[in-house]
Design a protein around this ligand. Sequence first.
Ligand SMILES: [Zn+2]
Length: 85
Amino acid sequence: MDLIQDFLSKLDHYMGPFTIKQWGLGLLAIGFALQIYTEIRRKLEANAATGSTSHAKCLGCGWRGKISKFHRTCPKCGNIVTRTR
Ligand SMILES: [Zn+2]
């Protein structure tokens, strides 16, 4: 047990002005923020997949078609597309 206590006090020392509890809370907050971030990204991607498309033309290979507003590359050759509308 002494070893653990010693380790914890050393850990506490290395963590600077924050206690282990504060670090834990901070990590939880970061995890929470990350979860929200991925949730928002997933929703944006779902929106991109379902609607919000625009007409575009590829200058590289001449491809024309509808493309998601969030995508700027040609599905055929990978070049940057220009929107026609
Ligand atoms: Zn192309």
